[in-house]
Design a binder for this molecule. Structure first.
Ligand code: NOJ
Length: 745
């Protein structure tokens, strides 16, 4: 490629040069103030108010969000004209022309809203996650967003924490693989060798590094008690998977980890993430996370906070202003080494180069005036107003349906094509925004196809649609109907950031109405919209069928009605354990052995609690379909596996023994029997999804490798032990067939 005119003195603009050479050439030109500018992220940049600062190179990026807990509020949307105007100042009026980077939380879709991440995880489908992220990136980048703060990879064991809705569940392998798929979807599947990404992509951000899923009592922002071994063997794993998938950025968690706030955690940020893992991307602080070091009582003031965070490895300060105010002086007085600031700036410039911002700074991909002559004068359009097209809606419907998990069914589902008079009742019957879920900043209530419309389309006069009040009046309608479908559960404002609960029951009043409906003795199907696992013990007893629908997104209604009538078969599986009660928390499928073990069969006789069973209400991986599956015996290709380079094929024949087509998610769990540290009794290692017609048999085959049994030992060294190991294959974490094999030296 020849050098375009005007770029000779600005080698960083030359796409024919390697990215690293471009980074260094720009860094060499920058003043300390310009370097600090790249580490400062402002909130909602304003091209008028911030003009001078942008000109001076004082802002590197901007987060487009309404505030500190933006996921709870739908804001006015992205102002594309403001983004472009600010960008024009940065590119055409600042000394070095470094483009700004615009970030926004595009968490589970942009304008097209898909199920909340916990719902997407329930589909156990990497390809689906990839496609939803890809579409979200295309839509968001059309609105000027170049960077999203997803995937959220916190391993969660406590459903009281509202942020479990944003997570990909409790298993590192599930969250890691789905997170990596999300990264590839956002950033493009085939980045060039030097990591540069094409148009229509956004940079991803693995968050919140690390341990945030362990906040005490499920209370958001609480302190975290966890040792490094558990971090390495559990919580760090999905982050490593995302980094290996090329994730461009990582966000520090608000919490401390055993007394050290993550925004000042040099060991985990610099030594583990950056040095040990070789992460060459950007670490961004969370909203005011640098400033909050003062509240956390480890920093004297903002200046001290800035010094600690930069030294620890936080490259960008999100909105606290600590870096902008103090970093230059901290370098000049020798408190912060210039090399560390240079390291941070290198990472930011690398991110911008890889994102193609120097070539495509403006919305719609227009090139800067310096390269092509004056940029188009036409004002940039405001946030896309396009109605959702059929492909977007089709994907949203596919994703919503794939996320549904059938918890119980005594034959009430699927509904027959003529179910008689059907009552659709409950608070979610005619909802819009409530079905989008937390963090759907750019979704619109009017885009949501509601359950009410979908059932009316389907049954016409046979549909009775209640008014959503879910009260005594409902009973009168139940009496007129042949079957009742009750849509209950949590409004999204009861989940997400800063929205934890102390109780896991349905919201006030819902159980009472359900009880009254059930007492009338007519068929009752309960659909639960939720952002978290709930205690559904009584509901499972009184309903004929229970379906978890999470918060499903814009195609909620049609996806639900098609599923209830059996046009689609529910194929989702729980990505988090459903505990029996709040008293059972924490509960997960990766419990480790104690010195006095009890197995499931012992639970009723000498369980861990006197007053309750300890086993989960519904185990991790649970989910029914409209058919049944039977598993044949487990086959192992060998009973010995060499530690180095060995592998064993583990296979099982699975037969659709029912009368309808269905999807089975065949799950592989492993256990290292004797290890240097306590290892999970069972840990998800892999899964295979089978789509089988009635009567059809297929073989699920897994390749088990020593890698899947590797873990960090007492010295934090990754190792694999010779000796006995277990595999279990089954439909969920609580049932399956096990076999033993030996790892040999
Ligand atoms: C705070 C949240 O913790 C984080 O997840 C989010 O990305 C940022 N705010 C930016 O909105």
């Amino acid at each position: 490629m020849t050098t375009p005119p005007g770029k000779a003195g600005r080698p960083w603009l030359r796409t024919d040069l390697p990215v690293e050479q471009r980074v260094e050439s720009l860094l060499a030109e920058m003043t300390l103030a310009e370097k600090v500018g790249q580490t400062h992220q402002s909130a909602n940049i304003d091209p008028v108010q911030d003009r001078e600062l942008i000109r001076l190179g004082g802002i590197g990026s901007s987060v487009l969000a309404s505030g500190a807990t933006a996921g709870n509020e739908r804001d006015a949307g992205v102002r594309v004209s403001a983004i472009d105007a600010a960008q024009r100042i940065a590119v055409e009026e600042s000394r070095l022309g470094i483009p700004l980077l615009f970030a926004r939380d595009v968490i589970h879709g942009h304008r097209t809203v898909f199920p909340i991440p916990l719902g997407l995880a329930a589909a156990w489908d990497e390809d689906l996650v990839f496609r939803t992220a890809q579409l979200a990136a295309a839509e968001a980048s059309r609105d000027g967003v170049a960077w999203t703060f997803a995937p959220m990879l916190d391993i969660c064991e406590d459903p009281r924490w509202g942020r479990v809705a944003e997570s990909l569940g409790e298993a590192p392998v599930l969250a890691g693989r789905l997170g990596a798929a999300m990264v590839r979807g956002f950033q493009g599947d085939t980045p060039a060798g030097d990591g540069t990404r094409g148009a229509g992509t956004v940079a991803a951000c693995a968050k919140h590094f690390v341990g945030y899923g362990l906040v005490g009592g499920g209370r958001d922002y609480e302190t975290v008690q966890v040792g490094e071994n558990t971090l390495r063997n559990l919580h760090l794993r999905p982050f490593q998977a995302a980094v290996q998938a090329g994730c461009a950025t990582v966000m520090a968690a608000f919490t401390d980890v055993d007394g050290v706030p993550m925004h000042a955690h040099r060991h985990l940020l610099r030594e583990v993430l950056k040095d040990e893992w070789g992460f060459d991307g950007v670490v961004v602080g969370d909203w005011d996370g640098v400033g909050q070091l003062v509240n956390q009582g480890v920093a004297l003031d903002l200046r001290d906070a800035a010094a600690q965070a930069l030294v620890a490895g936080v490259d960008i300060d999100m909105v606290s202003g600590a870096y902008a105010a103090h970093l230059a002086e901290l370098v000049e007085t020798g408190r912060v080494p210039l090399e560390l600031v240079d390291d941070a700036v290198r990472r930011v410039i690398r991110l911008k180069l890889r994102q193609g911002l120097f070539e495509r700074p403006y919305v719609g991909g227009t090139a800067p005036a310096s390269a092509t002559g004056p940029a188009a004068e036409a004002p940039a359009p405001e946030q896309s107003d396009r109605a959702l097209g059929p492909p977007a809606r089709a994907l949203a419907r596919e994703a919503a349906a794939a996320s549904f998990v059938l918890l119980s069914n005594n034959g009430a589902l699927p509904l027959t094509s003529n179910p008689g008079r059907l009552l659709l009742t409950g608070p979610f019957v005619d909802e819009g925004a409530a079905l989008l879920g937390t963090w759907s900043l750019d979704g619109r209530a009017e885009d949501v196809a509601s359950p009410a419309d979908a059932i009316r389309d389907r049954l016409r006069d046979n549909a009775i649609v209640d008014d959503g009040r879910f009260s005594d009046r409902t009973l009168h309608l139940v009496r007129q109907a042949d079957i009742t479908i009750a849509l209950v559960g949590e409004h999204p404002s009861r989940s997400g950031e800063a929205n934890s609960v102390a109780n896991l029951g349905l919201p006030a009043g819902q159980v009472e109405v359900l009880r009254a409906i059930a007492s009338l003795g007519k068929p009752l199907v309960v659909v639960v919209f939720t952002g978290r696992p709930l205690d559904l013990g009584e509901i499972l007893d009184l309903a004929d069928a229970v379906l978890i629908a999470w918060h499903p997104g814009v195609e909620a209604g049609p996806a639900l009605i098609e599923t209830l009538f059996g046009d689609r078969s529910p194929g989702g599986r729980l990505p988090m354990t459903f505990p029996r009660s709040v008293g059972h928390i924490p509960s997960s499928a990766h419990a480790r052995p104690t010195g006095r073990p009890i197995d499931a069969a012992d639970d009723t006789v000498r369980g861990r609690y006197l007053d309750a069973l300890v086993s989960p209400r519904l185990p991790f991986g649970w989910g029914l379909s409209y058919t049944t599956f039977t598993y044949g015996p487990l086959r192992l290709s060998a009973d010995q596996m060499p530690l180095s380079g060995g592998s064993i094929e583990v296979s099982v024949d699975v037969t659709n023994s029912g009368t309808r087509h269905g999807r089975e998610v065949v799950q592989l769990y492993v256990r290292d029997v004797v290890a240097d540290v306590t290892r999970p009794l069972l840990e998800l290692a892999d899964w295979v999804s089978l789509e089988l017609d009635a009567g059809e048999t297929a073989t699920a085959t897994f390749t088990v490798t020593p890698d899947q049994l590797s873990y960090y030992d007492r010295t934090m060294t990754l190792r694999i032990d010779p000796g006995d190991a277990l595999v279990m294959v089954g439909p969920n974490a609580s049932s399956g067939t096990s076999a033993r094999f030996t790892l040999t030296e």
